[in-house]
Design a protein around this ligand. Structure first.
Ligand SMILES: NC(=O)CCC(=O)C(=O)O
Length: 265
């Protein structure tokens, strides 16, 4: 299975419409990939809080339409990153969209853990409540967004729901890049799953982005890592490695919490 992570440069001096067109063209070029992944809130920028309300779209808005068409033009599964979604009642969500190779919406995931403590996304956006997995022919995706990376219980829930490839779109800042790499590897090792984590490059709203999108295998080995600038990171994965790792080193079967206590010896 070939995956391409498109680490987009998200800068304030490019308009949303220009970036949307540029990214659509990049996705359409990925005809050799099975799965294409984009970052979090790449239209506005994950830290451009003042633009969330003005740039918010209905679920089936301009970005949805462009990405659905790009997925079908390229014939790829497309995790289109996330959009600032405005629901019919007017509430905002940070919503990731996944399209099938025929351009159908396969899943929408509203980010569960919002970043900012008592400001920014945490107060502007509503919280998602549902875990989302997507069955592909080669693997099952578990979908998560940026700050979710810090919450291992979410990923364990995705694994319990059948996920073998954990896909994270992000707008992670440079100043916490060490956490990004460490946590991506930790999520892969503890869940014995692939982790595909796609971030942004550039600087928006005064926040330099980490870049360094990363692909980690179920043993925790880094298969590919981007640099700091806009880049397409392409990697070939063997989906059978998940089952092989879980069989050869069956740590997931030794979980005790939530199960019956071990018998007394
Ligand atoms: N957009 C985000 O969720 C940022 C997360 C972040 O900066 C962090 O967890 O650190």
């Amino acid at each position: 299975m070939r995956a391409s992570l498109i680490q987009i440069d998200v800068n304030d001096d490019e308009s949303v419409e220009s970036r949307r067109q540029r990214v659509t063209a990049l996705v359409r070029e990925q005809t050799d990939a099975d799965l294409v992944v984009l970052p979090e809130l790449w239209t506005t920028g994950a830290f451009a809080y003042e633009r969330f309300a003005t740039e918010a779209e209905p679920l089936e808005g301009s970005t949805y339409e462009a990405m659905a068409k790009a997925a079908s033009d390229a014939g790829v599964w497309l995790h289109a990153g996330s959009i600032p979604e405005r629901d019919p009642e007017g509430s905002l969500y940070n919503t990731a969209l996944v399209f099938s190779p025929s351009g159908e919406l396969a899943a929408a995931y509203r980010k569960i853990h919002r970043f900012g403590f008592d400001q920014g996304e945490a107060v502007l956006m509503g919280a998602g409540r549902e875990l989302v997995t997507v069955r592909l022919p080669e693997t099952t995706l578990g979908v998560a967004t940026c700050y979710d990376l810090r919450f291992p219980e979410l990923f364990r829930g995705l694994v319990d729901a059948g996920a073998e490839t954990l896909v994270l779109s992000a707008g992670w800042p440079e100043r916490r890049r060490a956490h990004w790499t460490l946590l991506a590897q930790a999520r892969a090792v503890e869940n014995q799953a692939f982790v595909l984590a796609c971030g942004t490059a550039g600087t928006h709203a005064g926040v330099p982005q980490a870049g360094h999108s990363i692909v980690v295998d179920p043993w925790g080995e880094v298969l590919a890592e981007a640099g700091a600038d806009e880049e397409i990171l392409t990697v070939d994965l063997d989906p059978a490695k998940v089952a092989a790792t879980r069989e050869q080193f069956p740590a997931l079967k030794d979980r005790l919490l939530g199960l019956d206590p071990p018998p007394h010896r």
